[in-house]
Design a protein around this ligand. Structure first.
Ligand code: DGP
Ligand code: NA
Ligand code: NA
Length: 216
């Protein structure tokens, strides 16, 4: 039996979905609930607009700058990679990370543009820390639209979001990942309860497993 090396890392939990599905609200509620139940937990989000690369991405999303499509795809990926040392450190310290978007948004949004294959879009993110749970907040594009006007940022239009949803659906077919699809049309509290239940299970499972590598 193993002595003194009981492995109790934190879990990597990702929330994904089209724009307006309520990911950010649910990430915050989940972190708060985990902390209240005595589990160390922190929120992260991608893109992280605070880094140097994140500032380039932010200017692009706000349409203050134009960037070539392959270039911006690689920037989003680089923005995830630059946070990997911190993510690993936190996970190994036992902190559960609740992440608002990850490589799945990366692939879904770029591959929704003409001329980008899923495979090409996945390749720069191969080997990122593998999520122990990917919660997909499912919301019909028409329902997303009813939540109010889209903002002025790039990608915030319903035709593009419909294609993004199709790309997410392709990614969800990957059985090597723990995808859980949640109906985002439900109330904030109902959603939260479901998300908390899935998260508790994933945290327990992750405790006894090494951190995996995405798409490897
Ligand atoms: P948010 O800050 O969560 O509203 O996300 C910003 C926007 O950027 C949103 O429309 C989704 C999109 N996005 C997020 N990650 C990526 C990525 O890796 N690549 C691309 N092309 N778009 C992304
Ligand atoms: Na947005
Ligand atoms: Na959000």
């Amino acid at each position: 039996s193993r002595v003194a090396m009981s492995y109790r890392r934190g879990a990597l939990i990702v929330l994904e979905g089209v724009d307006r599905a309520g990911k950010t609200t649910q990430c915050k509620k989940l972190v708060q609930a985990l902390q209240e139940s005595g589990r160390p937990a922190e929120m992260m989000r991608f893109p992280d607009r605070t880094t140097k690369m994140g500032k380039l991405i932010s200017a692009y999303l706000e349409k203050k700058s134009n960037l070539e499509d392959h270039t911006v795809h690689l920037l989003f990926s680089a923005n995830r990679w630059e946070l990997v040392p911190l993510m690993r450190q936190k996970l190994e310290q036992g902190v559960t990370l609740v992440v608002d978007r990850y490589a799945f948004s990366g692939v879904a949004f770029t591959s929704a543009k003409p001329g980008f294959s899923l495979e090409w879009c996945m390749s720069p993110d191969v080997g990122l820390p593998k999520p122990d749970l990917v919660l997909f907040l499912q919301l019909h594009p028409a329902a997303a639209e009813q939540r109010g006007e889209f903002g002025a940022e790039r990608y915030e239009n319903s035709d593009f979001q419909k294609t993004v949803l199709q790309r997410f659906e392709q990614l969800m077919k990957d059985p090597s990942l723990n995808w859980q699809v949640i109906d985002a049309a439900k109330s904030i509290e109902d959603l939260h309860k479901q998300i908390k239940t899935h998260s508790d299970t994933a945290i327990t499972t992750a405790e006894s497993q090494p951190i995996g590598e995405l798409w490897k």
